[in-house]
Design a protein around this ligand. Structure first.
Ligand code: ADP
Ligand code: MG
Length: 274
């Protein structure tokens, strides 16, 4: 699937990426390489720049410094040289290989589930109705929702809607999938089914960058975990090192806060049951 990149080359490469809003520097010189079939989880406190960084990777956000390459294609411009944007068609091609899933599923309410999944196949890929339907159904099958093809999104649970959003992104045959807190808007009991779909994607060899607060998922599924702190990748390492053997005070604090918060909610739940 990733035939357009040479063996051993990263599918996504960031060099010195920076971004500011007015005087506020949000991303400060980020370097990152993501290799084919790798799963990299991005963790960090709220406001540390995770979403901005992820959006820069897909060029949904125009970064101010550095370089982002997708499969060797520079998205944006080289600092120092005359500001040279990738051509519109290069940009579109590169972007087309990047799938995104957000916290909000943003399905069209007036279209069926299948209609949502095949819309871009019809409008962007220009597939025939029959081809698009076949592909759409196959993608819905992947996320376990082929039986909901004709339902309208409002009748689905949040977890099911997010799985449709994943199928919609997969339908475009992306070479890399970027997830921005895909389970944060869900009721706790619906989180597992979405994580399960993401796990099976990872097992199929999909290259993934996942911003998440689900530390269990990161520990289990990620090849590497990057801790973003105040716009910088402070640590990027194996889950084992990140969760059990890190010497970074701010990461330790972040993980401790996470554990405290979870323990708090666990206590609440037990009080409620008792
Ligand atoms: P995270 O996803 O880690 O919570 P974000 O990338 O959303 O962090 O935000 C990083 C910082 O950038 C925050 O301080 C946020 O307030 C600021 N920010 C994000 N988007 C904008 C914007 N469009 N305009 C101004 N400031 C922004
Ligand atoms: Mg965010």
């Amino acid at each position: 699937m990733n035939s357009s990149i040479k063996n051993g080359e990263p599918i996504l490469k960031l060099r010195g990426v920076g971004k500011h809003y007015g005087n506020l520097k949000v991303i400060k010189g980020v370097d990152l390489d993501i290799y084919p079939s790798e799963v990299v989880c991005l963790i960090g406190p709220s406001g540390s720049g995770k979403s901005t960084l992820l959006r820069s990777m897909a060029f949904l956000e125009q970064y101010d410094e550095g370089e982002v390459y997708i499969e060797g294609v520079l998205l944006g411009w080289k600092p120092g040289s005359p500001r040279r944007l990738a051509s519109r068609s290069q940009l579109n091609d590169a972007r087309r290989n990047v799938g995104m899933v957000f916290q909000q599923f943003n399905l069209w309410p007036h279209m069926s589930v299948l209609g949502n999944v095949i819309e871009a196949l019809l409008q962007v890929r220009k597939l025939s109705q029959a081809e698009a339907r076949a592909k759409g159904l196959a993608m819905l099958d992947k996320v376990g929702l082929a039986h909901k093809a004709d339902a309208y999104p409002a009748l689905l649970s949040g977890g099911q809607q997010q799985r449709v959003a994943i199928a919609r992104a997969l339908a475009m045959e992306p070479h890399i999938m970027l997830f921005d807190e895909p389970t944060s808007a869900l009721d706790p009991e619906l989180v597992g089914e979405v994580l399960q779909v993401m796990k099976s994607l990872a097992a199929d060899g999909m290259t993934m960058v996942v911003v998440t607060h689900e530390m269990g998922f990161a520990a289990q599924v990620a090849d590497r975990v990057a801790f973003l702190d105040q716009g910088k990748i402070a640590v990027c390492s194996s889950p084992q090192k990140i969760f059990h053997d890190n010497e970074h005070p701010r990461l330790q604090q972040f993980l401790q806060n996470y554990l405290d918060r979870n323990a708090f909610w666990q206590d609440k739940k037990e009080e409620h049951i008792a």
